[in-house]
Every structure is written in C-alpha cells, then in structure tokens.
Unconditional design. Structure first.
Length: 369
C-alpha cells in the first residue's frame, strides 16, 4: 500500500506500482485520453507528480517509438487504474516495468476525479508519494521542510551541443527541456539542426551561423533562467526566432513583458486556441503552469496573435519589427492533434523572406555605390 499526501493534509491511499521509492513534487493533472508515454517522457514535467484524469492508463503498454526523451524527469505517476496486461501490436513492456526501470514511483486505485477537483479549486500544491507506514503528521513536516526545485531547466537541458545533420536551413535549437517531436519536425523538413544547452550565449549561437533559432519547451518558471532571457534579448533583430511553450514565455520576458504562475495550468491535448489574424480555431496540445500577462504586452513591441478560448490566456505572440514569433502550445503535438504543425513551415518561410530581404538590401547598396 502507498499513500499520496497533499500539503493541505488531504490523503489518498492506493496500491503502489513502478518504483518503491518515496518522492516529493508538485502535483498536477493531465486531461489527455491517450499519450501517457509521451507525457511521462516529456521533460516539461520535471519536478512534478502527474495525475491522469483518464481512468485507465497503460492499456497499450510502452513502445520504442513514442518517447519524447530517453530519461524521463517526471517524479511520480498517479492513476485511477493501471493496466497490468496491455494489448497492442506495438507493446514491448508494461507501464509498471518501465517505471521500475526508470525509478519512477506510481500510485493507483485512488479517486483521481476528486484529486483533480481539489487541484482545480485550490491550485497545484506539493505532495508526497510514500508508504502508509509514515504518519500523516510526519509527511506534512517533511513537505513543509522540502522546497520545490527551481533549477528544472538545468536538470533536463543537454550538457553539450550536438548536431542532427541535414541539407536544408541551419537551425540552432536551444534545449530548455526539448521534446524529440520538435527535432522530428525539423528533420522532416531536411533542416541541419544544432542542439545547444540552455545557457548558450547569443555570441556562441551567432558563431554557428544559423539561419534561424528555435527556442524549445521546458519546465518551471521562465524567470528561473535569466541567462536565457538575456540571450534572447541579444538575438532579437539579428536572427529569426521561433519559441514554443517555455520559449514563448522567455521571448515575452526578453521583450519587456511579464509572466505569472497559473492556478493549475494547461495540461492536455484538447485546448482550443483562436488565431486573431485568420479567425481560425485550432485544437492544441499544452503543458505549462505559467503564462504571459496580457496587460504587460502594451509597453512592448509584441502583439497578441492567438488566445485561449477556455480562459483567454495569451497563446501566440509576434514581434512588430523583427521576424520573431511564438506560441504557448506544442505544434509538434506528441501527444495530441497536429492542427498546428504548419507553424514550422511558417518559421522556415520567415527565414527565407529574411534572407531575401538581406539580398535585396545588399543589391541596393552595391547599386548606390
């Protein structure tokens, strides 16, 4: 038997699966009906205990194709029921055996509906998965004395640069907790991608002579990575930039806007977003606990391009003068709808247009001379 204890004293008792170790993290919920493997392996969940609102998890097992990173950073899995005997032609092992191998604890048999309603009403909070042998009073003392991590990006970012070769545009992809789905979208378009650590300076990036810079998704508070904010500030107006999720928030901060923590965030594959430029609505995949403050955009050179139809939070931004744009959601999906994968094509088009403008300027200068 295991128990999940929230910092407000709420206790859920259930059966343990996966690793037997204890763990403390921020408890959140994901509303996706499928895609648990991608969620568990998404680096943006670093430091969190994820509650799956869909009642049965693990029914199609674990396969080799759906990982978003090799080493998951999630701290715990919370489900109503985990499937012990999955059935799927791609299945290679059970969720239980995978979590054991990755030393990730899980708890099943609890009322995830009740837990989700608590989070929605009171917001995300610290929690601990532990054995029932510990008293609630002891667990609450441990939770009070254990602060949540603030260096999640450092934990999940690559340590050294590496290259994924291609013959197309040269892209520098800054890894704040990158999902492999982003790499997949660029390799599909034959781009030459150089993945660099989160704290790479603008000077180092410019030395790589990229045609464009991609800012990846990632975990935690964007204000916890000030070095990234400075790098982006130095790149704006120099190289075309495209930001996703955390990258979107960092662009906002670099341009002078502000961000704040949401009550319980957006985590799921069914988030409706409206594009103000076209009037179209897209269903998107999202995973974030922070958002850009819309009022703070007024004093910047950024304009709002997309917003959430659920709560009107900022979902898209575009710079008024330079080829810089961003979205709060995940256009690479993994898991989720692929409604917005065209944004990668839009990024490459902006690169092409920028290079065309530079050539025209160069031609004009030579004529004047």
């Amino acid at each position: 038997m295991k128990q999940l204890v929230l910092e407000d004293g709420t206790v859920f008792k259930g059966e343990g699966f996966g690793s037997d170790r204890e763990t403390i993290g921020e408890v959140v919920f994901n509303t996706g009906m499928t895609g648990y493997q991608e969620v568990i392996s998404d680096p943006s969940y670093c430091g969190q205990l994820v509650t799956f609102t869909y009642p049965l998890v693990g029914n199609y097992g674990i396969n080799r194709d759906d990982f978003e990173t090799v080493n998951p950073a999630i701290l715990g899995v919370i489900v109503k029921e985990h499937c012990e005997f999955p059935s799927n032609f791609r299945n290679e092992e059970t969720l239980d055996s995978f979590l054991k191998a990755k030393k990730i604890p899980g708890i099943s048999g609890i009322d995830t509906r009740k837990l989700t309603k608590i989070i929605r009403e009171y917001g995300t909070m610290k929690a601990m998965i532990t054995s029932v042998d510990r008293s609630v009073e002891e667990v609450l003392r441990i939770l009070e004395d254990t602060p949540l991590a603030t260096d999640q990006v450092k934990q999940v970012s690559t340590v050294k640069p590496y290259v994924v070769p291609g013959r197309g545009y040269r892209i520098v992809l800054v890894d704040y907790g990158m999902k492999h789905g982003i790499l997949r979208e660029f390799t599909k378009r034959n781009c030459h991608v150089t993945v660099v650590p989160y704290n790479t300076s603008a000077e180092e990036i410019e030395r790589l002579k990229p045609d464009g810079v991609m800012l990846s998704n990632g975990p935690g508070d964007p204000k916890s990575v000030p070095e990234a904010i400075q790098t982006i500030r130095d790149l704006i107006g120099v190289i075309p930039v495209f930001g996703i999720c955390l990258g979107h928030q960092l662009i906002a901060l670099a341009a002078g806007a502000d961000t704040s923590k949401m009550k319980f965030g957006h985590r799921g594959a069914n988030q409706p977003v409206k594009d103000l430029r076209t009037g179209r609505t897209f269903i998107t995949s999202q995973n974030h606990g922070y958002a850009v403050d819309p009022e703070s955009l007024e004093s910047t050179k950024l304009r709002l391009t997309q917003f959430s139809l659920n709560d009107e939070t900022v979902e898209g931004l575009e710079h008024l003068r330079h080829p810089v744009f961003s979205v709060q959601y995940h256009p690479e999906s993994s898991p989720g709808p692929e409604d917005t994968s065209h944004l990668f094509d839009e990024f490459l088009k902006r690169i092409k247009d920028t290079q065309g403008t530079k050539k025209e300027d160069s031609t004009c200068q030579s004529v004047q001379i």
